[in-house]
Design a protein around this ligand. Structure first.
Ligand code: DGY
Length: 325
């Protein structure tokens, strides 16, 4: 039987479907493998199901002549060097679509918590500092009737935009390419603008674009300087899209009002200065973390490896030139 590494702990009852096709090596202790350990564990394996924590590059693939497929449960695949995968004829797959709505929900949760200073107010209450009510007590910014900006208008960006209908918001967006008129209509009449207009005019700006060398530091000091002092910035996409040092300076100087961040440069380590800021809401990369969605993500990865072992084209194949069956 071909061998499969499941590189992180994931729902055992979902993994049962794999037993018919693979001899499984599990990691239910959920250790994070070093590159050397990952190479060892992948020796003789047909494939792997992994998360964004597995870095797949040329150096690793050169040691694994039998490997045929790497299947991440994430939609983001910036941890895969796709060119190297194609060079070594290793199929790479991701898990799109199944997390769009859950991730969009969370973008809204962060936006609302940031605009209305929810975690700052809770910390104040928990610290026993609440002695009296005041008229300007934790005043924040309205969501209702404000202008929502979205940078990156893929499936998640569009799901975020649709939710704006219930809040009487205007939606503006910037993306590599403009949506069709029909897509814009469904995305709550989203209006395409250039990036500078997006920065200048958004009351709340949500980042929903993939990370790559082209999108590295898409939001840096220059962009932050263009934003309104009352604006909030929300990142549910990837660390590295924002220059965290520049963002910390902008938050310290009140160049923008606040930020809601689910992702960070170099996570799970993050810049310690974020912890000293009151005008941030910080969460540990959980935007897609509903039980139903995480199970769907795992299942999507399972479907991809089963297709591969059956000699079929995996539905979410990212590098078609690696398909050798
Ligand atoms: C994704 O699917 O890319 C999420 O960020 C989880 O890694």
């Amino acid at each position: 039987m071909p061998k499969l590494l499941v590189a992180r702990a994931m729902f055992p009852d979902e993994l049962v479907r794999l037993n018919k096709y693979f001899e499984l090596e599990l990691n239910q202790q959920d250790s994070i493998f070093s590159p050397e350990e990952l190479a060892d564990r992948l020796q003789g394996k047909f494939g792997m199901i992994c998360t964004s924590s597995a870095k797949i590059n040329q150096e690793l693939l050169a040691k694994l002549p039998e490997l045929k497929i790497i299947s991440t449960i994430a939609v983001g695949y910036d941890n895969f060097d796709l060119q190297a995968c194609s060079q070594y004829r290793v199929m790479a797959t991701n898990a799109p679509d199944v997390l769009n709505e859950t991730t969009a929900d969370f973008a809204w949760a962060l936006m609302m918590a940031t605009a209305r200073r929810v975690t700052e107010a809770e910390h104040f209450l928990r610290a026993g500092e609440w002695k009296k009510w005041g008229v300007d007590f934790f005043v924040g910014a309205d969501i209702f009737g404000s202008r929502l900006g979205i940078l990156g208008m893929g499936r998640i960006g569009q799901a975020i935009a649709r939710r704006a209908a219930g809040f009487g918001m205007e939606v503006i967006y910037h993306n590599r390419s403009r949506l069709s008129a029909e897509q814009e209509l469904v995305a709550h009449h989203a209006r395409y603008v250039d990036k500078e207009t997006l920065m200048r005019e958004s009351d709340h700006l949500i980042l929903a674009l993939p990370y790559s060398s082209e999108t590295h530091h898409s939001i840096a000091a220059n962009e932050l300087a263009q934003m309104k002092p009352s604006a909030t910035l929300i990142n549910i996409a990837r660390g590295g899209i924002v220059d965290d040092v520049a963002l910390i300076a902008a938050l310290q100087n009140r160049q923008i009002a606040g930020a809601g961040l689910d992702v960070f440069e170099n996570e799970p380590r993050f810049h310690p200065d974020f912890l000293g800021l009151k005008n941030v809401v910080l969460t540990p990369h959980i935007a897609s973390a509903s039980e139903r969605t995480r199970r769907a993500m795992v299942n999507r990865a399972i479907t991809n490896v089963i297709a591969a072992v059956r000699g079929e084209v995996p539905p979410d194949l990212l590098n078609r030139d690696a398909h050798t069956f």
